[in-house]
Design a protein around this ligand. Structure first.
Ligand SMILES: Nc1nc2c(ncn2[C@@H]2O[C@H](COP(=O)(O)OP(=O)(O)OP(=O)(O)O)[C@@H](O)[C@H]2O)c(=O)[nH]1
Ligand SMILES: [Mg+2]
Length: 530
């Protein structure tokens, strides 16, 4: 994978880790350092000679240079500030890079050998002078390659093994361990110590680091193997790129390890079947508060109310006045208002309890750094609040689509009721006339069983019957439409509430899972870096 792709991959890992609430400061610093390094020329790489005091770093540099470029001495510690030994042909080109690395003392050499490497003699990293160690610690993250210098006394040193090697071994591709002052040992012991060092490196997972023995005080003749390694013809560009890639890889892996997703595929935090069960119990609790049966009654009542308005004829003024008077009209026929008041019908706490319990029970399985963020998600108030918003939004969406059914039949019935009323008025006038004019002639109709019945009486009975039948028809028809609508509304609300609870309620958890998966993916991709 290209270096740029590796750094982009690290960006993705950092974003994912950040959304998990992990501390990404170190990874971001690594990325910034890496990008800065790529901004400087890669025609030469920077190699640091690092080690404890008195192991012979300065003497080694002098042996490599073939002249005295960094004073060595018996006084401990000797080197206080890093010294860079650079080919003069690259002096100008590397000035900015060396400044950035933190070097102020630069010695140039004119020889054609080692033209693509700047060698740094560092202060000791185990110094009694604290600022030496600080200087080394500031410098090492910015160099491209390291030669770790040890001597027969210090080759097992903890500062080296537990500290620097553990930290840098996976982050630097080009590195070597140099066993200097090997002339203090017999050749057999020197071989044994070098082999011992190799063993230890393997145990530390850094088995690919080469170990060479040197006798720096003897000059060029004493550093043969190291010179070979330096001259091995590896391209500076590759050294720089592999260093940056290894840093990006390691930073991404560290983040993934912090989230507990390094390695095997990260299973979702909550097992799907348990999640399903908890969510359906939340839905049940929520729907109980929403009261679908109550909603359906309201829907039927609202339909009847609408039907009466159009189909009750003149009589509706009387009935609506009565309903208005006793306040029934609104309360009994307002499905939207009924839904809106769901929160007055009880608490959501019991509904969210199974879900809260479920999230809380997964907490111990989550790596410590992630627990805080997850614990906030499982707070009852937080889940309840989200559930309330989810319900409100699903009800809002449904209410917006409420259309009380209507029918042309109702208008026809209404018109017929007007005719009935007109007929009744006519009959009332007729009866009045009969009272006033005593012996007015009245025809009669012969009805089965009853025999002859006066025409106005028969007409009155027929008209009342027609009015009653029309009212009944209206009521039946409105009831039919109302119930059908109510069932639809009830089903829609149920489905919508369930769907939104399934989709929205656990969004923060899903995002959490998604970030873990993204981080794991990034760490896996990073394996191709460096
Ligand atoms: N016998 C022996 N002595 C060496 C060798 N290399 C260096 N020395 C001596 O070890 C002492 C320390 O050498 P330096 O090169 O100053 O060591 P350094 O690692 O630079 O030490 P600091 O600058 O203090 O970190 C000097 O007296 C050197 O002469 C070697 O290969 N064999
Ligand atoms: Mg020195």
């Amino acid at each position: 994978m290209s270096v740029d792709r590796c750094l982009d991959n690290l960006d993705e890992a950092i974003a994912a880790a950040k959304s998990l609430g992990l501390d990404t400061g170190a990874a971001a610093a690594t990325r910034d350092t890496a990008r800065s390094r790529l901004g400087f020329p890669s025609t030469a790489y920077v190699l640091a000679l690092a080690g404890g005091t008195g192991v012979g770093k300065s003497t080694l540099l002098n042996a490599i240079a073939g002249e005295n470029v960094s004073p060595a001495g018996a006084r401990r510690p000797t080197t206080a500030d890093a010294v860079a030994w650079v080919p003069s042909s690259r002096g100008r080109e590397l000035a900015g890079l060396l400044r950035w690395v933190g070097i102020t003392t630069v010695r140039e050499h004119a020889g054609g050998a080692l033209a693509d490497v700047a060698v740094l003699d560092l202060p000791d990293f185990d110094s009694i002078a604290l600022e030496h160690r600080e200087r080394v610690d500031a410098l090492l993250p910015r160099v491209d390659a390291v030669a770790w210098i040890v001597d027969p006394e210090k080759y097992k040193d903890h500062v080296m093994h537990g500290g620097y090697l553990t930290q840098f071994a996976p982050r630097i591709r080009r590195q070597i361990v140099v066993l200097n002052r090997s002339d203090l040992l017999s050749p057999a012991d020197a071989t044994r110590v070098a082999e011992d060092m190799r063993h230890q490196l393997r145990r530390e997972g850094a088995g690919d680091i080469e170990v060479v023995a040197t006798r720096a005080r003897e000059g060029a003749g004493g550093i043969g193997e190291l010179s070979q390694w330096l001259d091995s013809g590896i391209e500076a560009k590759r050294v720089v790129a592999s260093r940056v890639a290894a840093e990006a890889r390691e930073a991404a892996r560290q983040l993934a390890a912090g989230a507990g997703v390094l390695g095997d595929a990260a299973a979702p935090l909550i097992e799907p079947a348990r999640r399903e069960r908890a969510l359906s119990s939340v839905s049940r609790g929520a729907l109980a508060l929403i009261d679908i049966a109550g909603l359906e009654r309201q829907a039927v009542a609202a339909t009847r109310f609408a039907a009466r308005r159009r189909g009750a004829g003149p009589l509706r003024f009387v009935t609506s006045a009565i309903y208005r008077l006793i306040g029934r009209a609104r309360a009994a026929a307002d499905p939207a208002g009924f839904l809106g008041r769901w929160q007055l019908r009880g608490s959501l706490a019991p509904a969210v309890e199974p879900l809260r319990e479920l999230v809380a029970s997964t907490l111990p399985t989550v790596p410590a750094p992630l627990r805080g963020a997850l614990a906030t998600l499982s707070e009852p108030a937080s889940i309840e609040g989200r559930l309330a918003r989810t319900i409100d939004s699903s009800l809002g969406a449904e209410v917006a689509g409420f259309r009380v059914p209507t029918s042309a039949l109702w208008s026809v019935i209404g018109a017929a009721q007007y005719a009935v009323t007109a007929l009744l008025i006519f009959l009332a006038l007729w009866f009045a006339a009969l009272f006033v004019i005593h012996d007015a002639p009245v025809g009669s109709v012969v009805l089965p069983y009853l025999g002859p019945v006066p025409t106005p009486v028969a007409l009155l009975a027929a008209t009342l019957l027609a009015g009653y039948l029309l009212a009944k028809l209206l009521q039946l028809h409105a009831g039919l439409l109302g119930r059908r609508w109510a069932r639809r509304v009830g089903a829609n609300v149920t489905r919508e509430v369930r769907r939104r609870i399934d989709d929205d309620l656990l969004v923060p958890l899903d995002q959490f899972d998604a970030s873990r998966a993204a981080l794991q993916r990034a760490a896996r991709e990073a394996d191709d870096c460096g």
